[in-house]
Design a protein around this ligand. Structure first.
Ligand SMILES: O=C(O)CCC(=O)C(=O)O
Length: 258
């Protein structure tokens, strides 16, 4: 694995992140690793890794977020899954989330042992795919005793505007959560904040990463190209962060950097 170092030293990264809540990290992953990740994504969606017991969500038939089906999981081989989670169980994705360039970024924010909250592939199949609305990755929905804030998103394919690149509103992380529950930002809140006029597009080339604050308002559009647009995101936690859920046994988060 060749190692790219990110475009910032720790101090300038912290400054940009505190100000904007989203920072371009430049190229972090080399072509060989990208090839392996893309091939693995396709294999996983064909159902070739049942032993990993991954979480799947298929894209909706009509290309809207509102008609996504929840709770169905794997519904057969398809390259139209919009989301695959628990990828820390896969050695190829595990190599990405523990990549030295990503550790360099995480270490600018978290000292000591680092745990992983989630490792997710966001796939937008070519031709048709649903957008992701404005949201924040936190709140009571995430069920933690402390709000997570560090996630590194990496483009596995070129992600231009027309393929549904990440979009965000700089600085919105500083206002905290729009709702205590977190997740999707209600339309009236987005309207009052004049979100449409403030949106910024973050197109990325394959292998480039973004550092995203969990509370920065972000979303992505449909993929209007003929090619897949895959992005992988890993959210990291201080080891002191714990799961608050009561109905089932609390989650235990895997250690990624010791
Ligand atoms: O990959 C995308 O389209 C968006 C990713 C995202 O929303 C997230 O990481 O929370």
């Amino acid at each position: 694995m060749s190692v790219f170092s990110v475009d910032h030293d720790a101090a300038s990264l912290r400054e940009a992140f505190a100000r904007d809540g989203i920072v371009r990290l430049g190229r972090t992953v080399d072509d060989a690793m990208l090839e392996a990740l893309r091939a693995r994504s396709e294999a996983v969606m064909r159902g070739e890794a049942p032993e990993l017991n991954l979480f799947f969500q298929h894209d909706s038939d009509d290309g809207t977020y509102g008609s996504l089906k929840r709770g169905e999981g794997f519904v057969g081989p398809s390259q139209r899954y919009r989301k695959v989670e628990k990828l820390e169980r896969d050695p190829i994705f595990h190599a990405l989330l523990t990549h030295p360039a990503h550790e360099q970024v995480v270490r600018a924010f978290i000292e000591g042992p680092v745990h992983l909250y989630r490792a997710v592939l966001f796939n937008k199949a070519g031709g048709s795919s649903s957008p992701i609305p404005w949201h924040q990755d936190g709140g009571t929905f995430w069920g933690l005793n402390e709000e997570p804030f560090v996630q590194v998103w990496t483009a596995l394919d070129d992600a231009p505007v027309e393929a549904g690149c990440v979009e965000a509103i700089r600085g919105t992380h500083a206002q905290g959560l729009a709702t205590p529950l977190g997740g999707v930002i209600p339309d009236d809140v987005a309207l009052r904040a004049n979100a449409e006029a403030r949106v910024e597009f973050f197109p990325a080339k394959a292998g480039e990463s973004l550092l995203i604050h969990n509370h920065v308002w972000h979303r992505s559009g449909p993929n209007r190209t003929a090619f897949p647009r895959r992005g992988f995101t890993a959210c990291y936690l201080h080891a002191r962060v714990s799961c608050l859920r009561k109905k089932r046994a609390p989650r235990v988060f895997p250690l990624v950097f010791s």
